[in-house]
Write a protein that binds this ligand. Structure first.
Ligand code: CDP
Ligand code: CDP
Length: 230
């Protein structure tokens, strides 16, 4: 049969959500959407407009400018993945850097920002055949997703993975600073009022602290096949 499903992947920061989402999408020919990239792009926009200082966001000014923010994903054949575009500019690398990571959680806590992103995300998923990762995909964006995963791993393991990733790219970063950032974001993301990170009642928990990428992918592929009735 040709029927397609929606796969919603939520969890803490840096636990491997996008690694799984990307691989599952490739395996089934689905579209992969990194919803965190959208909140990161809004944050970069706010930083450039000097709407954030010392962790404080000028909320109303950002809300007023939301209609001027255009975000889209464009496939990069060379990298075999999509890049994030902000008002026509490729910001894929810049949104991964620490200034954005350090300011994204307060921006993502703004209800109006979330409403605008959720609308865009639902539009992207209207034909199904999509794998989206984030914090509220199974709870808010696609509450009817056929497969929901809640991914987790210890904060130390997650910080180490992020550290290894940035170090491999040649960046000089401190493990302590990354661990602190991971813990801070966990806290803000889980305790905010607007769509806090929480496991959907019908989500499957995947703790990958001691799983390799291959092991976790095999596990998830089986779940997708089950949902497809293969
Ligand atoms: O990849 P990493 O775990 O570092 O984070 P991300 O998925 O890129 O998301 C960056 C931030 O965006 C998170 O810390 C959340 O504050 C926010 N976010 C959100 O609120 N809702 C989503 N659906 C996705 C991300
Ligand atoms: O999307 P999210 O922020 O949840 O995490 P990610 O960017 O997919 O993964 C964070 C880092 O952990 C990447 O460098 C992955 O290669 C690595 N990873 C791992 O080492 N083992 C896993 N089982 C999953 C991810």
């Amino acid at each position: 049969t040709n029927h397609k499903i929606v796969v919603a992947i939520d969890g803490h920061s840096s636990c491997g959500k996008s690694t799984i989402a990307k691989a599952v999408a490739a395996r089934f020919g689905y579209i992969f959407i990194d919803s965190g990239a959208m909140y990161r792009a809004v944050t970069l926009f706010a930083l450039r407009k000097q709407l954030i200082s010392e962790g404080l966001v000028k909320v109303q000014e950002l809300i007023d400018l939301l209609p001027t923010i255009q975000i889209d994903f464009r496939y990069n054949a060379e990298k075999q993945k999509s890049d994030t575009f902000l008002n026509g500019e490729n910001v894929e690398d810049e949104i991964r850097q620490l200034p954005v990571s350090q300011n994204v959680s307060p921006v993502a806590a703004i209800a109006e920002v979330r409403a605008a992103m959720v609308r865009l995300q639902q539009e992207m998923g209207k034909d199904k055949g999509i794998v989206m990762d984030g914090r509220d995909i199974g709870t808010v964006v696609f509450p009817d997703a056929e497969l929901k995963l809640f991914v987790t791993a210890s904060a130390e393991i997650r910080a180490q993975r992020r550290f290894d990733e940035l170090t491999a790219k040649g960046e000089t970063v401190s493990y302590e600073e990354i661990l602190q950032n991971v813990q801070e974001r966990d806290h803000i993301d889980s305790t905010r009022e607007a769509s806090p990170l929480r496991k959907a009642d019908d989500a499957l928990v995947l703790d990958n602290s001691y799983l390799t990428r291959e092991e976790q992918l095999d596990w998830v592929i089986e779940k997708v096949k089950e949902r497809l009735g293969w």
